[in-house]
Each structure stands twice: as C-alpha cells, then as structure tokens.
Design a protein around this ligand. Sequence first.
Ligand code: OSB
Ligand code: MG
Length: 368
Amino acid sequence: MTLDRITLREIRMPLVHFFETSFGRTTERRILLVEVQSEGISGWGEVTAGEKPFYNEEWTDAAWLLLKDFVVPQLLHKPPGSAAETASRTAHIRGHNMARGGLEAAIWDLEARQRNIPLWKHLGGTWTEIPCGVSIGIQDSIEQLLGLIEREIAAGYQRIKVKIKPGWDVSVMDAVREKFPKIQLMADANSAYTLGDAEHLGQLDAFNLMMIEQPLAHDDIIDHAKLQGRIKTPICLDECIRGARQAEQAIEMQACGVINIKLGRLGGFSEAMLVHDIARAHHIPVWCGGMLEAGIGRAHNIALSTLANFTLPGDVSASKRYWTRDIVHPPVEVSPQGTIKAPDAPGFGYDPDRGYIDAIAVRKETMK
Ligand code: OSB
Ligand code: MG
C-alpha cells in the first residue's frame, strides 16, 4: 500500500458528565486523531491514551511524540504491505501500545475504505448487531448512582458495570443489587486493591456479579491467579493483558475467567484479534472495553465487537452518553434493546466530521 500523508490532530472535548475511576476524575478529554491518506482516500484512527499516565503508562502528550518522532516517519519511509502487517512493523518499540494502535487502526480503516467494504466484514466479523453495556463511574452518593443505573436500564442497556475502589465497594454493590436484583451486574476496580484485600473482595461473592474486573495491580497476573483461587466471582483482566502472551499466561495460570479486549491497550486490531482467538480456543469469553472514546474510536470498537467470541455486552455505548456533539456522522446510537447495528458503509462506517474536528483541534501536524 502507498501512504501519501499522515496528519496528527489533538482535539479537546468536554465530557457531558465527569467520569471517575479509582485512579481519578476526568472532565475533559484530550484526544489524538490519526489521519492516513492514500490516493485521495483517508483512513482515521483514535489514540485511546488518557490525559494522565494513570490507567497505564501512556498519556496524550507522550503519544503525540511517539507517533511524530518514531512511528509516522518509519511508516512513511516504508509503508506496510497491508493493514495486517502494520503492527509487526512497530513491534520493536517497547510499550506505547495506544499510540501505535491509533495509527494501526487508521490503516485498517483505510484498507477497508480502499476496498469499499465495511471494516467489520474486512476483519471477519460475524455478528451484525452487538450487545451493549455501560460503565458507570464513581459518584458523589449512592442515590446518584442508583438514579443513573435506573436511567441506563430504561434506555435498554444489557449490563451495568460499576466502578469501585476502597471505601466505595461492598456497601455500594449491596445497595445496587438490592434495588436491581435481576440485572447483569459487574464491578471494575482498576487495580485499586492488593492480595491482602482478598477476604474483603470475597464479600462481593454475595451479589451474583458476572465478574470483577482488574482488582489487583496493573502488571500482576500471578496475584490475580491467587485471588481467583480465593473468590467465586470470575475475574476479568483488563490492564494486565497487553498482548497475546499475557492472555496465554493468564489463561494458563487460571488468573481470569473473562478477558476485556481494548484495541488501544493491545496496540491495534492485529493483536486484539490474536487475543480474541486465544481466548476462544480456551472457551474464555471476551468483551470490548472502552476508554471514553469519541466517535472514531467508538466506531472501531463496534467493528471489533462483531468477531465471534465477543459474546458478552461490552462498554460500547451511545455517543450522547459522553458528548453533546460527536466527531462522526451519524452519532453512534443504541437501540431500545441495548444493541448497536454494525454499519453497512465502507471502513468503520461513520463519516468523520472534518469541519468540526478542525474546529476543536488545538494542534495539527501533517507529515509526508
Ligand atoms: O477500565 O474500563 C476501564 C474508562 C477510562 C479508563 C479505563 C476504563 C474506563 C471505562 C469506560 O470503564 C468505558 C467507556 O468508555 O464507556
Ligand atoms: Mg477496566
């Protein structure tokens, strides 16, 4: 394939409602977009790094430098033969998966648009409609949380994920389960606990949770295996799974019963598909995680979620939950049954709103 130009943009987007996890509160996103151009066709990607290096080691400013100084010059100098080759071209760079993954996803979108087919079909997806859940951040009060859950259930979402941390965990989940005895419910701790909290976390077994996501350290599969031996609730790994190798090791050690697949965390579609295939071979279900993406990242997540082993509702939800105005047309919408239809249009199936993107861009650099 040929690559004529690559453009990086940083856009600023205030969230409709703050989003709080065990590692902090976000009110405004700073998002890097990657546009790759070839013979008049553009492919787009979104870097899912946060504003601060608290979820993982990446953040918006570092991703900009990594792409500008290393990845973009290298790919312009010697373009990959295909989208599937892109990830291996930058595999010598240690870490920075979200930065590399933003560009990799743009090249997959470009390739699908060049062939005039939807990205999800190009990836080999089979679901034509994907089940959706929501992730609800830490609130100022339990009453507020219960109100938000009620609203999302009424909107049709199929499962509720509640963010927890020490001091906002057992009594909160108890109140949620009491008010909503039947819903599909889970908790996400974003690495807020240690193995010393095993007994405390075991109290969550009483609430019939689908899973508890990433309770322990972001880089510790061994302790998760020990914890799984002591609690009934299946563990879902998020932060720990940075590639196919960690997925294999975690499954072998029985450190998890479920895997959260995030495109950025895994460095793009190639690695995400590998993790999907490994999990499937071991009968471990997967679902697609989110990173408060704008429309481009959201659309990539929809395409990924059509792969066969994405059998659980993911954190892929409607644009309007996060943004008053999204950067794609039409915005991502969820049906009253809590599903998103895989789009028929080429590439990721939504149109990037160029005018709006440039209007909210605070920096832009084109390289060729
Ligand atoms: O751990 O899944 C996570 C948001 C930011 C950082 C980490 C996580 C999340 C979410 C949000 O849970 C999911 C979404 O984008 O809706
Ligand atoms: Mg998570």
